[in-house]
Design a protein around this ligand. Structure first.
Ligand code: FPP
Length: 264
C-alpha cells in the first residue's frame, strides 16, 4: 500500500490487519515532512520481561511480535526504508542461553514471516558481520535477500551482529587495500569513497532514529549514516511500542526543521 498518500485509501482495510494503523495515521498527521528512512534501536525487551517476572527471552519473543506489527504498518505510514537493530557486536557478551535464543528467534522470524514479507513487496536485507553466525541462519538470510531482491514497497534492513565502528574500520581497510593495489588514487579517498564501502552502500541515510525504553544513546548503530539524522527517544519498552506510538514519532519528525549545517 505504499503510495504518495499512504494514510487514506489503505487505512480502513489495513486497520483490520494492523491494529492501531488508523490511530497512527492520525498521530503521524498529514501536513509535515515524513521520514523516508527510519532506523530503530529496539530496546527494553529484558526490562519488559523482568517487570513481569518472565525470562528475558519472553521479552524478545514479544519484541518479535512488535517487529511484525511495525514492519507491516511502515509502508502505510509513508516509510520507504526501515532499518532495525536486532543484535549488536556487543550482544555476544550476554548469556549463551540468551544469545542462542535470539539467534533462534531470528531464524523463526525469517521462516514464519519470509513469505509474507515477500508477498507484501518488502525487500529484505541484512547488515552486519555474518561470519560468526550459524551457517543455517546465514543461509536463510541470504535466501530471503535473494527471494525479495526484486521488491520495492519497503526496504527492510535488519542489523544482526552489526557494529558501526567495525563497519567503518572494514570500509577503511578496503580503501587501504584499493590504494595499495593501485586501484584507487589516495587523492580520491573522500567521504563518498568510504561510504561506497559500507554495508549500507546505496541506502539513503536515516532521516529519523527511534530508540525505545527511555535510554538516550546510539550504541554504535549506524554512526556514519546518522550524522544528520533526527532522533526520537520513546519511553515504552520495545514489546509495548505500538503502531500509534510509531505514528507519533513520525509526527515529531514532521515538526522539526532540518538544516544540515546551513542557516534556517
Ligand atoms: C534490546 O533489548 C533488544 C535486543 C538486543 C534484541 C532485539 C531483538 C528483538 C526485538 C527480537 C526479534 C527481532 C527480529 C528482527 C525478529 P534488551 O534485551 O537490551 O533490553 P533491556 O535493556 O531491557 O535489557
Amino acid at each position: 500500500m505504499f503510495n504518495s498518500s499512504p494514510l487514506t485509501a489503505a487505512q480502513s482495510a489495513e486497520e483490520v490487519k494492523t491494529p492501531g494503523l488508523a490511530g497512527a495515521a492520525q498521530a503521524a498527521g498529514d501536513g509535515g515532512a515524513r521520514p523516508r528512512h527510519v532506523a530503530i534501536i529496539m530496546d527494553g525487551n529484558g526490562r519488559w520481561a523482568k517487570a513481569r517476572g518472565l525470562p528475558r527471552l519472553a521479552g524478545h519473543r514479544r519484541g518479535a511480535e512488535t517487529v511484525r506489527r511495525i514492519v507491516e504498518a511502515a509502508p502505510d505510514l509513508g516509510v520507504e526504508w526501515l532499518t532495525l537493530y536486532a543484535f549488536s557486536t556487543e550482544n555476544w557478551k550476554r548469556s549463551a542461553e540468551e544469545v542462542t535464543g535470539l539467534m533462534e528467534l531470528f531464524a523463526i522470524y525469517i521462516r514464519r514471516e519470509g513469505r509474507e514479507l515477500k508477498r507484501r513487496g518488502a525487500r529484505v536485507r541484512f547488515i552486519g558481520e555474518r561470519g560468526r553466525l550459524a551457517p543455517d541462519l546465514a543461509a536463510a538470510m541470504a535466501r530471503l535477500e535473494a527471494d525479495t531482491a526484486q521488491n520495492d514497497k519497503l526496504n527492510l534492513t535488519i542489523a544482526i551482529n552489526y557494529g558501526g565502528r567495525d563497519e567503518i574500520a572494514a570500509a577503511a581497510r578496503r580503501l587501504a587495500e584499493d590504494v595499495a593495489a593501485g586501484r584507487l588514487d589516495p587523492a580520491c579517498v573522500d567521504a563518498a569513497a568510504l561510504e561506497a564501502r559500507l554495508n549500507t552502500c546505496g541506502f539513503p541515510d536515516p532521516d529519523l532514529v527511534i530508540r525505545t525504553s527511555g535510554e538516550m544513546r546510539t550504541s554504535n548503530f549506524l554512526p556514519w549514516q546518522t550524522a544528520y539524522s533526527e532522533f526520537a527517544f520513546v519511553d515504552d519498552f520495545w514489546p509495548d511500542f505500538t503502531v500509534e506510538r510509531f505514528g507519533e514519532a513520525l509526527a515529531s519528525f514532521g515538526a522539526r526543521q532540518r538544516r544540515f549545517g546551513a542557516v534556517g
